[in-house]
Design a protein around this ligand. Structure first.
Ligand code: DGT
Ligand code: CA
Ligand code: CA
Ligand code: ZN
Length: 577
């Protein structure tokens, strides 16, 4: 059992306590489960290992007392937790689905259930359409409308998974399969290899001796819920989180052709097959053929070369001009994870982050970074413990002090300053000028009409201290659509003022998305890829941001956090004198 699975059970128990409210101590218990969830999630070692080690104590983990330690042991040993099951039985099966809707938390779930006997998303939709939500406490016509929107987003998201879920699952499966001596190579293909922001299912390609033995081992992976099909060269399973995995067992000699075929996209493959056909050849998952004769099959490179093309990075394979560019030898050299030299959005315990400036700086140093920008929230974001002006000044002093303690990395003082509803900023200019770099973003009133939102963003960009626009569209993947605004106008204004657009690498956001990155690139604009880390572990999100930048055809030169520190500072909007 993985830590995140244990954390998910704790989170659900907390939600159930908040929905049921039948335990007199529910607020305290729920808070304890919330704390345990965060602690387990970010704990660096696998709890399963500690639980099974007689010389270690789970109670040494922050937030884990004797009772929770027992539950962890129970989960590790039986895969279940009795108490969790008991709590679940108290409510209808579909009720917890409501928590997946944006703006619906346990309190709202309880309200809808108790007042209107809503038991599922379908029930909630019917109640909203009948106008029965608006009269409930703390609800109105607008929030009723937002629930309908959230249901629509949820329905569209059904069956798709975030990139990090897919990547982490793939990593676990690879680790599991690598244990087998008969396995040679395992490569994720499909949308994961292309770095798409969401993934429908996971496609894994495996080479090795003894396909039957490998397949037999694979179906023993502990995360499997159901084996859908098991043949000689393909096994399909559904995991406990509902993600489907297709494993294909391949011959070494046609590996390149299979990798090319199963990487997709379908649109890219169709165009490539047509190209082969025009030359009188045939392209399949087994190779490129002239009649019966194999022209290329062993590597992807050979296949592209024989078709008169540069090898095309998987992230570009969407039939959006990459084949034409490859034919002319004009594919861009894309930015790489190894090019990244720093991170320009992160939070510390001063606002809603979980560690200190020093800890973030040490972790960044270990990744080989040369600089970080600390960007705690401003006061308007009360839910994130945003800093008022006095605390912001103290935070600047704290960041300056950290420079004395952690050497060998630039620690810049910044802030993620809220763009208020009317486009003014949450801090006055005389405070803004104290920061090395000011990042601004929208966290409130995201449902305003497009014209108003455009004006709001344009106004914010006019402030001469603004250097970076954070998560520009406000979307949350599979949860919340981007807010409505005129992106062309906002890009034009950012370009005019020299404001850098952020590509927020948090896999929950990936904002800008690949298409918008491409739009920025086509206009010759620069971006910064930032993780928005709230804990040193989140620095790992950088890979998802880089994948998205690559899907937007971005090269290293257009990503400012590939620059050395002096060059980065020089590339920002000049400050007023
Ligand atoms: P997903 O899973 O929805 O996120 O997207 P993909 O791209 O991983 O699609 P998937 O899993 O259905 O198939 C994996 C790859 O296999 C796909 O990208 C291209 C190839 N493929 C699958 N079905 C077809 C097909 O009918 N025609 C062609 N040309 N290629 C296919
Ligand atoms: Ca797939
Ligand atoms: Ca598939
Ligand atoms: Zn933010």
């Amino acid at each position: 059992m993985e830590n995140r699975e244990i954390a998910a059970v704790f989170e659900e128990i907390s939600n159930l306590l908040k929905i049921n409210q039948d335990d007199p101590k529910w607020p305290f218990k729920a808070a304890a489960y919330d704390r345990a969830k965060r602690s387990v999630e970010s704990f660096p070692e696998r709890l399963e290992v500690i639980a099974r080690d007689p010389n270690r104590k789970l109670t040494d983990i922050p937030g884990i007392g004797a009772d929770l330690a027992k539950k962890i042991v129970e989960l590790v040993e039986t895969g279940k937790c009795e108490y969790h099951q008991e709590q679940r039985k108290k409510i209808p099966h579909g009720l917890l689905d409501l928590l997946q809707l944006q703006t619906v938390g346990p309190q709202k779930v309880r309200l809808f259930y108790k007042e209107l006997n809503v038991q599922s998303i379908d029930d909630l939709e019917a109640a909203a359409k009948a106008g029965r939500l608006r009269d409930l406490p703390k609800m109105d016509v607008k929030s009723e409308e937002n629930i309908l929107k959230a249901i629509e987003v949820f329905r569209r998201a059904a069956g798709r998974f975030r990139l990090d879920t897919a990547q982490e699952t793939a990593d676990e499966l690879i680790a599991f399969l690598e244990g087998l001596k008969t396995v040679d190579e395992i490569t994720p293909a499909g949308s994961l290899r292309r770095g798409r922001e969401t993934v429908g299912d996971l496609d894994l390609l495996v080479t090795g001796r003894d396909h039957a033995g490998i397949a037999g081992h694979f179906v023993k992976f502990p995360g499997i819920n159901q084996v859908l099909a098991k043949g000689e060269d393909k096994v399909s399973v559904k995991l406990k989180n509902d993600l489907q995995v297709d494993v294909r067992l391949l011959d070494r000699k046609s590996y390149g052709a299979a990798l090319q075929y199963f990487t997709g996209s379908k649109e890219h493959n169709v165009a490539l097959r047509d190209r082969a056909k025009r030359r009188g050849w045939k392209l399949s998952e087994y190779g490129l053929f002239e009649g019966e004769k194999v022209i290329a099959s062993r590597t992807e490179e050979e296949i592209y070369e024989k078709l008169g093309l540069q090898w095309i990075p998987p992230e570009l394979r969407e039939n959006l001009g990459e084949i034409e560019a490859a034919e002319k030898g004009e594919l861009p050299k894309l930015v790489d994870l190894a090019d990244i030299r720093g991170d320009l959005q992160m939070h510390t315990t001063a606002s809603d982050g979980r560690t200190s400036v020093e800890e973030m700086a040490e972790a960044a140093k270990q990744r080989g970074y040369r600089y970080i920008l600390i960007t705690d929230h401003s006061k308007a974001v009360t839910v994130a413990n945003g800093l008022d002006e006095k605390r912001a000044r103290e935070n600047i002093a704290r960041i300056h002090a950290a420079r004395q303690k952690v050497k060998g990395i630039e620690i810049w003082a910044g802030a993620e300053v809220d763009i208020l509803g009317d486009g003014r900023l949450d801090y006055p200019d005389d405070l803004l000028k104290q920061f090395d770099i000011v990042l601004v973003s929208v966290h409130s009133r995201m449902t305003m009409p497009a014209e108003e939102m455009t004006a709001r963003l344009l106004k914010a960009l006019e402030n001469p201290y603004v250097r970076i626009l954070g998560h520009p569209t406000g979307r949350q993947l599979l949860k919340r659509d981007p807010f409505a605004f005129d992106i062309e106008k906002v890009f034009s204004a950012a370009q005019k003022h020299g404001v850098i657009l952020e590509l927020n690498a948090n896999p929950e956001r990936l904002d800008l998305c690949d298409r918008h990155v491409k739009l920025a690139r086509d206009r010759g604009m620069k971006i910064v890829i930032s993780t928005d880390a709230h804990h040193p572990d989140h620095f790992a999100y950088m890979r998802y941001g880089v994948a998205t930048a690559r899907r937007g055809w971005m090269g290293k030169k257009s990503v400012i956090n590939t620059y050395p520190p002096e060059k980065l500072l020089a590339s920002l909007r000049p400050l007023p004198r």
